[in-house]
Design a protein around this ligand. Structure first.
Ligand code: FAD
Length: 678
């Protein structure tokens, strides 16, 4: 394939673009990623990593870097005015709901997270893919006549290369305590988009004025809130801009406020609210509501932001935290922004050009969602694109991207709307004060919001890759591309493994060597579907014979394992079979299990990494897989997991036919076999 032909062109190397590039590199898809900026960011910007995001980073082998370097946020303290109007701590709550994940929320600046992705992309692509900086698209055409042809390159893009100067964002010269600090205003929505200016400047710059034309099968606009790609494909963000203006300071504080190393939401009686986020390297981030645009004497706040300085933000923080004192020696970064709550009318066109991240939804950053949801958009899209491009799946699965992620974006805006109102409002003086915010309501919303904010609550709707029962209101549901005779599993066989949600993790032991593993560690993001065989107590003859019947069908040459895996590929590269049995480990041996569960590879020999047991470990306790997920040992089940760890199907252990029908709906046979119809 010539270099001017790529499978995927990604525009924008923020968290969303980098997540996508990581997926594509991992799956061996030919991609290019361009960014108009000359460098990555080095400090400031987004900082919170929710526990689901950490699970995802871990599935790419980079979670431990974030976990180690970050500050772990374990506690939230709520501060409100007492009866004398003086702030006091009213509650302490766990920051992450205990037990929902093996990770808890952490904080680390966006630049480090981008670094981890850049390293992973380099490693996965053997140095073949790197962010091309100072490069931006200038035109986009889509040949609609061939968008449904999986082999076609319907997208033509012109790329322009900028000079280093053009590609460097201008910093406002901020001096504070005699120290200059980086600001994030060049990315703030209080600034007009500068893409057009950059294009113009570069036209004048003879050195930089090189262009190239490339053809792409797919294109993804991960180019942030001002998205050029979104405008080119004629899509809009719908929603409102609120009139709350927020300032952000990243400082090393000097203060007598006792909870400065906990996450705090502080409502003062009359001076506004502040969110305190303790960060890595003794930094603390302060989010402060400054004022409303309407108070800026009729001026458009986007054109006049000169009044917002670190000094103004600090003074505001000092008023809110009074009588405690607050100052700083080091200012690391600061910014100001206006909250807009908007979602794209659509997430792409022709299932060829897609939008992800801020390009398709914007909201306030207080709940630490922006970077997380943006990465999770790309995490949802990446494996689907790879699977289609590699010819494993037909294009129908691409429709589930918008179906799944638009619902999340709307839920996020609703959450943000509610949370912003509660956070930004003045605390009620008493129950008669109807204009004030009830602090009990705020605490309840905070606690409930924590599950949503963790990313764990994501629950995708019924589609051809999520076999939930047809909902009662199915007629009004925008369910993409479901089969005419839908596969529906039996959720009751594993009530704790909810179809549509990500698989929770507990520890299981390797049958062969007794090593305990978190189940999720055995589900790395590499583009592979997983068939979890959960046979129950295989020391009972009934369960053993049901397992043998299933394995007989799985090992037949016509089975879906064989049909959808290319002859030249490894046996577990498209669908991997993982067994978690419920007999005691000592009562069975690995060779008691049928060979399809522990395949033989002519180079590696037997695969000892596929059969696990729910049993006591020597040193790390007992994960209780069957008990935790409420699976009967005398019944068992089959579970199908998507490459992104979401549960597609739960059904009977020996119901091979339903699993086959599930995969046949969207997977493409690979080996030109003449196969009997299933
Ligand atoms: P971005 O991070 O915006 O990345 C887009 C990339 O595309 C950029 O690198 C840009 O240079 C590039 N690009 C743009 N246009 C083009 C073009 N035409 N051609 C080529 N490249 C282009 N979230 C939090 O969770 N916590 C926070 O504290 C927080 N603070 C924020 C402060 C500000 C001022 C802003 C604007 C956002 C903040 N956010 C915060 C939100 C968070 O940063 C974003 O949600 C997240 O970065 C979105 O990731 P993304 O990849 O979609 O977009």
């Amino acid at each position: 394939m010539a270099d001017d032909h790529v499978d995927v062109l990604i525009v924008g190397a923020g968290p969303a673009g980098l997540m996508l590039a990581t997926w594509l590199a991992k799956c061996g898809v030919k991609a290019r990623i361009v960014d108009k900026r000359g460098t990555k960011i080095f400090n400031g910007q987004a900082d919170g990593l929710q526990c689901r995001t950490l699970e995802i980073l871990d599935s790419f082998g980079i979670g431990h870097r974030a976990w180690r370097e970050s500050n772990h946020m374990l506690e939230i303290c709520l501060w409100n005015p007492d009866s004398n109007g003086v702030i006091h701590r009213s509650s302490r709550l766990p920051d992450t709901i205990p037990g929902i994940s093996r990770f808890q929320q952490v904080v680390l600046h966006q630049g480090r997270i981008e670094r981890f992705f850049l390293d992973a992309i380099n490693e996965f692509s053997n140095g073949g893919v790197a962010v091309e900086r100072g490069v931006l698209p200038t035109s986009l055409e889509i040949d609609q006549s061939c968008v449904e042809d999986p082999e076609a390159y319907p997208i033509t893009i012109n790329l322009k290369h900028l000079s280093e100067e053009d590609a460097t964002p201008k910093q406002s010269s901020t001096m504070s305590n005699g120290i200059s600090a980086q600001d994030g205003l060049f990315r703030s929505n209080l600034m007009a988009d500068d893409t057009a200016d950059l294009l113009k400047t570069s036209e004048l710059n003879q050195k930089a004025n090189t262009t190239e034309t490339i053809k792409a099968k797919y294109m993804v606009g991960a180019d942030g809130a001002h998205s050029w790609v979104r405008k080119e494909i004629g899509l809009k963000l719908e929603g409102e801009s609120t009139d709350y203006i927020w300032g952000v300071l990243d400082i090393v504080p000097i203060t007598d406020f006792p909870d400065i190393r906990s996450r705090c939401a502080v409502h003062s009686a009359n001076s506004g609210s502040i969110m305190v986020i303790p960060r890595e390297n003794k930094l603390v981030r302060l989010y402060i509501q400054l004022t409303t645009t309407s108070k800026i004497q009729g001026q458009d706040s986007r054109t006049d932001r000169s009044w917002i300085t670190p000094k103004v933000i600090l003074e505001s923080a000092q008023r809110i935290l009074s009588p405690y004192k607050l100052d700083y020696r080091k200012l690391d970064w600061w910014t100001a922004y206006q909250i807009g709550q908007r979602v794209g009318s659509s997430f792409g066109v022709h299932d060829r050009v897609f939008l992800a991240g801020d390009a398709v939804h914007t909201h306030s950053p207080k709940a630490g969602q922006g970077m997380n949801v943006s990465m999770q958009d790309a995490y949802n899209l990446g494996w689907k694109l790879s699977s289609v491009i590699k010819g494993h799946s037909n294009r129908s699965i691409l429709k589930t991207y918008e179906f799944e992620r638009k619902a999340i974006a709307h839920a996020l805006i609703e959450f943000d709307h509610k949370f912003s109102r509660l956070f930004s409002g003045r605390p009620a003086k008493d129950i008669m004060d109807e204009e004030g915010i009830s602090m009990d309501e705020f605490r309840d919303a905070f606690q409930k919001g924590n599950l949503f904010a963790s990313g764990i609550a994501v629950d995708y709707g019924r589609s051809l890759i999520v076999t939930k029962p047809v909902a009662e209101n199915a007629a009004s549901e925008a369910t993409p591309a479901t089969t005419s005779t839908p596969v529906t599993g039996i959720q009751e066989l594993a009530p704790g493994l909810k179809v549509g949600q990500r698989i929770p993790s507990v520890k299981v032991l390797n049958q062969s060597d007794a090593r305990p593993w978190h189940l999720q560690e055995r589900l790395p993001s590499n583009g592979t579907w997983r068939l979890l065989v959960v046979p129950g107590d295989v020391s009972q003859s009934g369960q053993k014979s049901r397992l043998e019947k299933l394995c007989g069908q799985l090992s037949s040459p016509e089975s879906f394992l064989r049909r959808f895996t290319p002859n030249t590929a490894r046996y577990d590269s498209v669908i991997e079979v993982i067994t978690i049995h419920g007999a005691s480990r000592q009562s069975v041996d690995v060779f008691d299990f049928p060979e399809v569960l522990r395949p033989f590879h002519e180079v590696d020999g037997w695969d000892y990494e596929k059969i696990f047991v729910d049993d006591h470990s020597y040193h790390e306790g007992h994960g209780e897989f069957y008990k935790t997920f409420n699976i009967r040992r005398d019944e068992g089940c089959l579970v199908i997991l998507r490459p992104d760890q979401y549960i597609s199907y739960v059904g009977k252990l020996d119901d091979y036919e339903s699993a086959d029908r599930f995969f046949s709906e969207f997977m493409l046979p690979q080996n030109n076999l003449t196969l009997p119809k299933v």
